[in-house]
Design a protein around this ligand. Structure first.
Ligand SMILES: Cc1cc2nc3c(=O)[nH]c(=O)nc-3n(C[C@H](O)[C@H](O)[C@H](O)COP(=O)(O)OP(=O)(O)OC[C@H]3O[C@@H](n4cnc5c(N)ncnc54)[C@H](O)[C@@H]3O)c2cc1C
Length: 413
């Protein structure tokens, strides 16, 4: 490290779901951390803590446990007791049961905005974390010993910060990734996810449904106060037609696509839409910098895994940093060996999840007869063969592979 001490040990670019979680997770290590977030908390345009609902996997639950946040997150979440996957108009469905997996719940559904409130109060309580918000990082550069970022505050004033390690947590369209010279591959699914919530005539009883229809997959997730959150994925033109419908017509269209498992729908809330892409950074590190969360990989939401995968990036990075500060390390968080360890650790989990979600999109998006047969047989095999189901459940819960401390529920300190 250089003789001059940087302003911060760590600067996190982006204080969304992943950046804020990383800062909270690292705060017990006593590092001097800055989080730079472009959009004010509570602003309608906040892109991370919005009205979407996120299904939290078991490994994410364990990370929040290790961070001391789980009781608050759990109180604001709804447990998933069963996952039910079906293909409209076809034979075969799959289900995964919490009891069968010997767990209290397969996951929990939390509204992003509510998760944001929990993370925000934890950030406020951490006196070694400085939040620059609203402030946007507009430039980043690095030398062998330091990263430097320029940020622009809401009033137009500018400031420079130096750090030993810059973390890009600024989402799928990461500008930091570009500033670091990391290439990205983007494939446009030409689909949109329409989200919202509604009341169902029958109680959802903790079942998360995923139904593959001719328009695209529909997920119905149990959320607090008896409402059900929906995610309806459709080709862009079809999604735009659905978005143009009034509430009653949209509700009817959703009911006719999803079916009557939950009875009639009523009191639909505000809808929002997200264009869907697969984005993959060519590298997870640059000089004195790492990429985490959607900045590293933006997934299709079909398997509800993007945030959970990002939380495993957070957990692995926390382990690498804690070890660099420990007895065997030299305290240099941004040293090439630390970054290489993080990149090597995350490579296979990320590749597997990208393959799984991209494969699902293609498998269920195809109407070719051969593929249709394959997916029906696949879903049957999936439901009938316990070993297959268990392995899938382990992936969905995020419990596959070598797990870092946080993903095992172990506090960093
Ligand atoms: C419809 C839908 C449903 C989903 N459901 C699930 C689910 O059930 N389970 C799951 O695991 N995942 C789910 N996901 C994925 C999940 O939402 C994302 O993986 C997660 O939001 C990624 O968080 P992030 O912090 O990496 O990025 P983001 O949420 O994009 O946050 C990035 C943050 O960086 C800030 N920022 C950007 N540029 C700058 C800059 N230059 N300077 C400072 N700040 C900046 C932004 O304002 C933002 O707050 C879903 C996604 C969609 C679209």
């Amino acid at each position: 490290m250089s003789q001059s001490r940087p302003d911060y040990d760590l600067v996190i670019a982006g204080g969304g779901m992943i950046g804020a979680s990383l800062a909270v997770a690292l705060s017990p290590l006593g590092l001097r951390i800055a989080v730079v977030e472009a959009v004010a908390r509570g602003a309608v345009e906040q892109p991370s803590f919005d009205e979407r609902s996120t299904a939290l996997s078991r490994s994410t639950q364990r990370s929040f446990e290790a961070m001391g946040l789980w009781s608050k997150v759990k109180a604001a979440s709804t447990p998933i007791r069963q996952v039910h996957v079906s293909d409209k108009g076809r034979f075969g469905f799959a289900h995964i049961d919490a009891e069968e997996q010997n767990v209290e719940a397969l996951g929990y559904v939390c509204i992003n905005r509510v998760l944001g409130d929990v993370l925000a109060s934890a950030l406020d309580a951490a006196d070694n974390v400085t939040l620059y918000c609203p402030a946007r990082i507009t430039a980043a550069s690095s030398s062998a010993t330091l990263s430097t970022v320029s940020l622009t505050h809401a009033d137009g004033s500018e400031e420079q910060l130096t750090t030993g390690l810059l973390v890009a947590a600024d989402g799928a369209r990461s500008s930091i990734r570009e500033m670091l010279g990391v290439a990205v591959s983007v494939s446009d699914y030409r689909q949109k996810a329409i989200i919202g919530n509604l009341l169902t005539e029958l109680p959802n009883q903790g079942v998360a449904y995923e139904r593959f229809t001719e328009t695209g997959p529909i997920a119905m997730l149990p959320v607090n106060n008896g409402r059900t959150a929906f995610v309806w994925i459709a080709e862009t033109a079809a999604a735009d037609r659905l978005l143009a419908l009034d509430d009653t017509d949209f509700q009817d269209a959703l009911l006719s696509a999803f079916g009557t498992r939950l009875g009639a729908f009523s009191r639909i809330g505000k809808r929002a839409a997200y264009p869907l892409f697969l984005t993959r950074a060519a590298r997870l590190t640059a000089q004195r910098a790492v990429l985490v969360g959607n900045a590293a990989h933006g997934l299709h939401p079909v398997a509800a895994q993007g945030f959970n995968l990002g939380m495993r990036d957070v957990a692995a990075l926390c382990d690498c940093i804690a070890d660099a500060l420990g007895p065997g390390g030299d305290g240099d968080l941004g040293a090439p060996a630390v970054l290489a360890r993080y990149a090597a650790w995350r490579k296979s989990d990320q590749a597997r999840l990208v393959g799984l979600t991209d494969g699902l999109v293609r498998l269920f998006g195809s109407e070719q007869a051969g593929v249709r047969t394959l997916r029906n047989v696949g879903m049957l095999a999936f439901d009938v063969v316990p070993g297959v189901r268990r392995r899938f459940a382990e992936y969905a819960m995020g419990l596959k592979g070598r797990l870092p401390r946080l993903s095992r529920g172990i506090a960093l300190r």
